[in-house]
Design a protein around this ligand. Structure first.
Ligand SMILES: [Zn+2]
Ligand SMILES: [Zn+2]
Length: 266
């Protein structure tokens, strides 16, 4: 059995990743992947929004880097995509981004629970001391639900990212997960199994088994992503992610081309 496509990979344009797309592609071939997709952090309309994404003026350069990898590795299917931040009010900007290139898919990710707090940012770890984890989860999943409902995205990224630093609410968050997954199922939006969580203090794939089990019951499609920020991270822990998906019942994964979805056996 070959490994599923790695649909979540970054490039140095986001200012916190190393290696060119050709280097990620070379690594993918080395480990036997047949399909990958670049989904670097999308630009924001305001250039000074934060410091961990490409600038708007670099979007064409990003596409050119991915096209070069496609040319150098014709034996590998390489998708052109973006990881787009979802914040309420940014919908028009996201629609404009979508119209600028023939993207294969958009991963919609929530990192921000307010205009200024990106919950996964290690530089803002002290913010967690001022917040109640249950409240953060509620806001996070409300935003994730809006992202799914917006129909702007093909895949929702790392669905329980707030657990990154190992801080978790004591309360049961199942109702938040249910609401989000109902929206995803309704919109025909996939969720990803993101193995980066295994490399973080939470030491767990995003999303948790509980959330993934519910997703399977609601027939929400899945994709796989390493969230690689370096070539060595391509496809990392995919066997473990596939095992998790299978253990809750999944037998299929999802491919995207020009924003059309196709289910394939896992
Ligand atoms: Zn990143
Ligand atoms: Zn992300």
């Amino acid at each position: 059995m070959s490994l599923p496509p790695d649909y979540h990979m970054h490039t140095p344009l986001c200012r916190h990743a190393t290696g060119e797309p050709v280097d990620y592609a070379r690594r993918a071939v080395e480990i036997g992947l047949t399909e990958i997709g670049f989904s670097d952090h999308s630009p924001m309309s305001r250039e000074d929004f934060d410091n961990w994404r490409m600038f708007d003026r670099q979007l064409d350069e990003y596409v050119a880097k991915v096209r070069l990898a496609q040319k150098e590795f014709p034996q590998l299917t390489i998708r052109l995509a973006l990881e787009v931040d979802y914040l309420p009010g940014h919908e028009d900007w996201i629609r404009k981004l979508a119209a600028r290139h023939p993207w294969d898919y958009f991963i919609g990710s929530v990192h921000y629970v307010s205009e200024t707090w990106d919950v996964d940012n290690p530089a803002k770890l002290s913010e967690w001391k001022k917040r109640d984890a249950y409240e953060v989860w509620k806001i996070y999943f409300d935003r994730l639900t809006l992202a799914a409902e917006s129909k702007l995205f093909d895949i929702i990224g790392h669905a329980d990212l707030p657990k990154k630093f190992g801080i978790r609410p004591a309360q049961d968050c199942t109702p938040f997960y249910e609401k989000f997954l109902d929206a995803a199922a309704q919109a025909g939006c996939a969720i990803e199994l993101n193995t980066a969580g295994l490399r973080k203090p939470c030491e767990e794939i995003y999303p948790s088994r509980d959330l993934l089990q519910l997703a399977f019951e609601k027939m929400v499609p899945i994709t796989f992503g390493s969230d690689a920020h370096a070539p060595a991270e391509v496809g990392l822990n995919f066997a473990e992610a596939v095992a998790l998906a299978r253990s809750v019942g999944y037998a299929e994964t999802t491919r995207f081309e020009k924003r059309e979805r196709e289910s394939v056996w896992l």
